[in-house]
Design a protein around this ligand. Structure first.
Ligand SMILES: [Zn+2]
Ligand SMILES: [Zn+2]
Length: 337
């Protein structure tokens, strides 16, 4: 069992540097079969660079509906269908948010949302709509030479929360809870838990348990008790990290309006986790190896992420694209290749 950090950059940005080339996507590999988490920019290409095709992929888990985690879903159903063979790849992700997020106090009037009849769809509806938007291409192939519809290659499901969880997308995005099973096969059991990425909700962390050990992926979240709950005693925790100083510096040019900038920074400090706090979470949960990924911004100085070690006694890895972290390398032997 190992994790491959296929893409490590967080945020809706094209990087295009040699060392930062792909958006967020992580593979958990068990006995040669691949379980993906998130499908950011370049995910399909990165999977190939790691030596796999979709013929090896069993399931894809989407942590939340932000575009940096979902942007390559169209390429997935358009390009991967011939690799999948006579079976279906399972896709799990958040359901419909249920209502629009709270409106910023900076708004002078109530804006008109995009697609008002269904403004906050979950994974099933999004996947279906994406496929419909490509109907010219898809029907062309179906009618011209009998290609199978990509719809026959994927089994897409909204994750359903256990009934007792008092979740509300605006008021209570991550109530204290225990992880619950969303998928099981003969190799892995995959559990989910709500995390705090307000106002995006629902947002999930995932835990993969196999006979070899366990891997947890935090998804995007602020400091959150549920991340500790799902990470307890795991071998590898891949946690997101943000460098607020560098983001604040870069925001001066991106958001020249001071009020807007303050509001953006307040979002970032609430909805994401500093390296130090990720270290704190890993320490509290007693994890073996902490891997920082979904780095925001991806071009922050690499040594700045080392502050996690001030709070965490275990092995710390700063992820690079296509890095490999083995479950059995619990203490000192974890390497990023
Ligand atoms: Zn993200
Ligand atoms: Zn996000």
């Amino acid at each position: 069992m190992h994790a491959i950090t296929l893409g490590t950059a967080g945020g809706p940005v094209w990087w295009g540097h040699d060392e930062i080339d792909a958006g967020i996507c992580t593979a958990v590999v068990v006995d040669g079969r691949v379980y993906l988490v998130d499908f950011g920019y370049g995910a399909g290409r990165q999977l190939r660079s790691a030596g796999y095709t979709f013929g090896s992929v069993e399931a894809l888990f989407i942590t939340h509906m932000h575009s940096d985690h979902t942007v390559d879903l169209s390429s997935l159903f358009l390009f991967a269908r011939n690799e999948i063979g006579q079976r279906k790849v399972r896709i799990f992700g958040p359901g419909d948010r249920g209502k629009l997020p709270p409106l910023t106090p900076l708004a002078k009037e109530v804006p008109k949302p995009v697609n008002p009849e269904s403004p906050v769809p979950g994974i099933t509806e999004t996947f279906d709509r994406l496929m419909r938007s490509y109907s010219t291409d898809i029907n062309d192939r179906i009618f011209d030479y009998g290609a199978p519809s990509p719809a026959t290659k994927f089994d897409v499901r909204d994750i359903r929360l256990p009934g007792a969880v008092p979740f509300d997308p605006n008021e209570n995005v991550a109530p204290d809870m225990e992880p619950f099973v969303v998928f099981e096969d003969e190799r892995v059991s995959v559990k989910a838990i709500l995390v705090d990425h307000h106002p995006t909700a629902p947002a999930y962390a995932f835990r993969f348990d196999s006979k070899y050990g366990s891997v947890v992926i935090s998804g995007d979240t602020g400091y959150c008790q549920n991340t500790i709950n799902i990470s307890r005693g795991c071998d590898i925790l891949l946690h997101e990290a943000i460098n607020l100083d560098v983001v604040a510096q870069q925001a001066i040019t991106t958001y020249p309006n001071e009020q807007v900038r303050a509001s953006v920074m307040s979002h970032h400090s609430r909805a994401h986790t500093t390296a130090k706090d990720a270290g704190r979470i890993a320490q509290k949960a007693g994890v073996g190896t902490l891997v920082l990924h979904h780095l925001v911004p991806a071009n922050a100085p690499s040594e700045s992420w080392q502050t996690a070690a001030e709070e965490f006694d275990g092995s710390l890895v700063i992820a690079e694209d296509l890095g490999v972290i083995c479950v059995h390398a619990k203490a000192k032997n974890s390497v990023v290749e």
